[in-house]
Design a protein around this ligand. Sequence first.
Ligand SMILES: [Fe+2]
Ligand SMILES: [Fe+2]
Length: 336
Amino acid sequence: MASSPSPSPSDAALERVLTSYDTCYVWRYGSPSSALRELYAKAKRDQWDGASDLDWSIDVDPENPLLPAAINPLQGFAPYEKMNAREQIRVRQSQVSWQLSQFMHGEQGALIVASQLVSAVPFMDAKLYAASQTMDEARHVEVFSRYLSEKIEWEWPVNENLKRLLDGIIQDSRWDLKYLGMQILVEGLAMAAFANFHQLTSEKLLKDLIHLVMRDESRHVAFGVLSLQDYYAQMPAAELRDREDFVVSACELMRDRLIGEETADYFGFQREAYTQCMLASPILQLFRTQLFARVVPNLRRLGLLTPKVRGEFDRLGILQFEHADPAAQDAALGLA
Ligand SMILES: [Fe+2]
Ligand SMILES: [Fe+2]
């Protein structure tokens, strides 16, 4: 029997959060920002369809770990080394399915926030662009969920730290915090994580899928930078402090708290030992640091690399990216 399309109020897969923010009409339709209009034109022109532009006939072996063994951070971890080869493959599959699941949940967060921006932003060019981003994010949810259900056959719930960050962005009533949280931080980090995956996997469908998603994400980050340009320059110090605190706590959360302890629980590894192993892994340290190669220079462009934020970023080991060039990074990935 087909399942009902309308969820019941007690559906465990349904969660409600209360949101409150001002919705703005803008009665001035002219375009004060030619850069945003150009980005919107590009967004309309570059729409793709995950159903027809990706080759879903490609067979993906759900037993294939998809990432090279050489970057396995659990090498040398005693409870992992004690497992037989089959169990070890299962652990490596879990890491990929966990990561792709978090990408999917993050995309749902982006879908919700982009739709909120359509209402909340007080300028028309940004409303139009946010509408196009909402459609982009719908496609991203569609392709990641299809890949997970049809090809990987293993999904994980949203990680509690990622969920806390998404909740904070979705529930904040200030439109600039939505941009700062989603377009600058989450999407900036996602671009770097996608780039890693794209480079490391040899599975063609996943590679193509991620490339299409990245084409959109690089525009979304640019949307955030263009929309917030000059906004923080005139902000009173007390209000700016909120943004500084938000940036530092979000970066700390995303740097050290997204390492998949849920997979450790699943295989009966001790959480603490697993966490220590993941945090000490040189390859993961490199990846976790590289995640910030777009976020940090974009924060500098927005005037948010204040002395306080610089000090905290120095402590986190990510200040080194302050003069990195996100446009050059995109061009190197063929996304310009
Ligand atoms: Fe997305
Ligand atoms: Fe996005």
